[in-house]
Structures are given as C-alpha cells and as structure tokens.
Design a protein around this ligand. Structure first.
Ligand code: G3H
Length: 261
C-alpha cells in the first residue's frame, strides 16, 4: 500500500516563539536526514510560533514540516480572534489539526464545524489532520467502533473521494490523551481498521488505502513501535512526548524503522 508514516508533534499551548525555535533546531539536529526517506515528521506549534518556525525551517533547509492546531471555517472578515487557512498557507504550513478532542469538548466543536474547517483547509491547500476519538464511557460500553465511524462520517460528510484522499485521520481515544494510559496496539488497530473500512464506503477502496490514519494518546518512544507496527496505523499524533527533542526524534526514527543509535 506504500503509506509513508507521519509523526506529528502537537505542542498544544506550550512554548513561546523563542522556545519553539530552540525545539525545532534540536529535533532537526537529533534526527539525521536519512530517516526522512521513511517517515514524514511535522511539528504543530501555537499560532504565535509559526512564523519563527518557518524562518528556521526555511533558513536551515530542514526536512521537518510544520502546521497549525486549528483554523477558521471562514476565509476572511469580521471573525475576531480567528485565523484563516489562507494565512496558514502563506506561512508555509503543510498540515492543520481539525477537531482535536480538546476543541470538540472545550470549544463545543461539532462534526458540522469540523467538516466546515476541513473544507476550509482543503480550499487553501492545507492537509487537514481530522481527529476523532471516543471517551471512556463509550470505550467501556464497547461501542468504540460504531462511535468513531459515526464521528468520521459526520466530520467528512459530503466530501468527494478526491477530497478525502487529501486528508489525514487521527484516532485519539480521549481517555488516552495526556493520561499515560496508551491504547493497546490491538485497540488502535481495531478502530484504525474500521476507519479505513468506512473511508472505503464513503469514498472508494483505492482512496481508503491511500489515506494515512494515525493513532494519538500517550505515544512515546517506548510504545510507538508496537502501535505503528499495526497494519492500519500509519503514524502518530503526539502530544507530551513531542516537547522533548530527543524522545520525539527517537520515536520518529522508530516509526521510520528503527531507533536512533
Ligand atoms: O494531539 C495529541 C494528543 O492529544 C495526544 O497527547 P498526548 O501524547 O500528550 O497524550
């Protein structure tokens, strides 16, 4: 199938622009160029860091890409505090996270909002990383597959197969985020495989086979190997461990096939 793994470091609301420059430089220094043939590595800093990250990446010709944690569903106008996908594209962003569970819960983002933001990202040539994931109650009821498939379908409703081919999906069980309680590799595979099956229904099999489906939730250098070793898991959306340069570089290397020496 030839899906290249993607390791995305979501910094959340951490690091000012000076700290961001230092972290990107350390990651790039720790991860030799040869690994980038086998893994895509991206950092997702706060909006206020993006211009600084761009300057370092461009100036030092780094192979790390970067993106944003959110965008507006609108392109411009009277939307105080919002950030347009057009601005992110102009800053050289490759990815934008859409519908992270922290935004779904703390900012009441519904599947409709996530869909509108996904469309906005695609309009501006950004790759949306569309997040889905069940809470603990759903997991304990055993309904996680149905829940995630429904959230996926709601968040991508009406998109063409061509558009679906341009997204990345991140399965992030809410109970595993920032808790140190990682899903088992089998749990990750179960939902990621169901996601791929659903993509096949709403687009087509070739598209579904090409879309990268990531796992997120307490990923670190110790557990990433098992997780990305699963057939339908094509990388990870990493929170806490992405703030540590050596750990993030090492887990990226492991996703590329083996740890750093
Ligand atoms: O976007 C990243 C996820 O929310 C995972 O965060 P975490 O690795 O700190 O659990």
């Amino acid at each position: 199938m030839g899906r290249k793994p993607l390791i995305a470091g979501n910094w959340k609301m951490n690091l000012n622009h000076l700290e961001a420059i230092a972290l990107v430089q350390k990651i790039a220094f720790a991860l030799p160029a040869k690994y980038f043939d086998k893994v895509d590595v991206t950092v997702i800093p706060p909006f206020t860091d993006i211009r600084s990250v761009q300057t370092v990446v461009d100036g030092d010709k780094l192979l790390v890409t970067y993106g944003a944690q959110d965008l507006s569903e609108h392109d411009s106008g009277a939307y105080t505090g919002e950030i347009s996908g057009a601005f992110l594209a102009k800053l050289g962003c490759t990815y934008v996270v859409v519908g992270h569970s922290e935004r779904r819960t703390m900012h009441a983002e519904t599947d409709e909002v996530v869909l509108a933001k996904t469309k906005a990202a695609l309009r501006h040539g950004l790759t949306p990383i569309v997040c889905i994931g069940e809470g603990l109650e759903v997991r304990e009821s055993g309904e996680q597959v149905a829940y995630n498939v429904a959230q996926l379908k709601g968040s991508l409703a009406g998109l063409s197969a061509e558009e679906i081919g341009k997204v990345v999906i991140a399965y992030e069980p809410v109970w595993a985020i920032g808790t140190g309680r990682v899903a088992s590799a089998e749990d990750a595979q179960e939902v990621c495989s169901a996601v791929r099956g659903a993509l096949g229904e709403i687009a087509d099999k070739a598209t579904a086979d090409s879309v990268r489906v990531l796992y997120g939730g307490s990923v670190n250098a110790k557990n990433v190997g098992d997780i990305v070793g699963q057939t339908d898991v094509d990388g990870a959306l990493v929170g806490g461990a992405s703030l540590k340069s050596d750990e993030f570089a090492n887990l990226s290397a492991i996703a590329a096939g083996g740890p750093l020496p």
